[in-house]
Design a protein. Structure first.
Length: 247
C-alpha cells in the first residue's frame, strides 16, 4: 500500500460536505470517491476497491453503524467515523463495532489528513509483518488460549496480548462459551456479580480497550458485536481455555 496513494471511499449524504471532502482529499493526493448512501457505496465498492472508508452515521436507509460493523467483519478495511453525534455512547458504540477512528463534525481537515496517513501506515504494518508475511491474531489456522498472565494465539507467530484483570475476566466468559452470544447485561452480571446497579457501559469500555490494544499490534480480536443481541467470541479456542472456570 503506497501511503500517498491510499484509496478512500466516502459515505456522506450532505452534498456540500461530501464535495468539500472529496476536493480536499484529492488535493492531498488520495484516490477517493464518494457516495450519498450505504446502498450506493456497496454498489460502487465492487467497481472501485478502497483501503479506508469514511462513514457518516446519520445516513438515509442503512445507517452508518451497520456499515461500520459489516466492514469490520470483512477485516479488509480501515474505518473512520465522521459524525455530528459526538456523545460518549455513540463513540463507544462506533469503536466497539470496529471503527478505527471517531471524528466529530465540524471536521478539522488537517487533522483528518494526519489521521488518514497514520491509519494507512498502521494498516500497512498490520498487513506486512516484520518478515514480510501476513500477521493476523485471528488466523483461522491458529487457536486462542487464555493464560493467567495474558491472551495467546497459538500459531507460527506466537503473538501475545497482555490483559488487565477485567479484560481477562470478560474474555474468560466469552471464550468459555465461544460462538455463544452474550447480552451486555448478562456479561455485566457475570463479571460484576456484586454490583448494586447495572452499568452496561463498563462492558463497552472493556471491549473498547481490548480492541484498542489489538489494533496497536495490527491485530483483530475475533469478538463480534451482533446488533440488538450482544457480543460473541468467534475464534477457535484451545480446549483448556474453554474448560477454565471464572474465578
Amino acid at each position: 500500500m503506497n501511503l500517498p496513494c491510499l484509496r478512500i471511499g466516502l459515505i456522506e449524504d450532505n452534498d456540500d460536505l461530501r464535495d468539500e471532502l472529496l476536493f480536499f482529499l484529492r488535493h492531498k493526493g488520495y484516490s477517493v470517491w464518494g457516495a450519498a448512501s450505504a446502498e450506493a457505496f456497496w454498489r460502487e465498492l465492487h467497481r472501485n476497491p478502497v483501503d479506508i472508508v469514511l462513514v457518516d452515521l446519520g445516513l438515509p436507509g442503512e445507517d452508518g453503524f451497520s456499515v461500520v460493523q459489516y466492514l469490520h467483519n470483512l477485516a479488509r478495511y480501515g474505518v473512520v467515523v465522521l459524525t455530528a453525534r459526538g456523545g460518549e455512547q455513540e463513540r463507544l458504540r462506533g469503536l466497539n463495532l470496529g471503527a478505527d477512528l471517531f471524528l466529530v463534525k465540524p471536521i478539522n481537515f488537517a487533522r483528518l489528513d494526519a489521521s488518514l496517513r497514520a491509519l494507512g501506515l498502521r494498516l500497512q504494518r498490520g498487513a506486512i509483518g516484520l518478515e514480510g508475511s501476513p500477521v493476523r491474531m485471528d488466523d483461522p489456522h491458529g487457536q486462542w488460549r487464555l493464560e493467567d498472565d495474558g491472551l495467546y494465539v497459538i500459531g507460527p507467530q506466537g503473538q501475545r496480548l497482555a490483559l488487565s484483570f477485567q479484560e481477562f475476566g470478560l474474555l474468560k466468559i466469552l471464550m468459555r462459551s465461544a460462538n455463544q452470544i452474550f447480552s451486555k447485561e448478562a456479561l455485566h452480571d457475570l463479571l460484576f456479580q456484586h454490583a448494586d446497579t447495572m452499568e452496561v457501559h463498563r462492558i463497552e469500555v472493556i471491549l473498547s480497550r481490548l480492541r484498542g490494544k489489538a489494533k496497536v499490534q495490527g491485530a483483530s480480536l475475533p469478538i463480534r458485536s451482533v446488533f440488538g443481541k450482544g457480543v460473541v467470541f468467534t475464534g477457535p479456542v484451545q480446549e483448556s481455555a474453554a474448560r477454565t472456570e471464572l474465578r
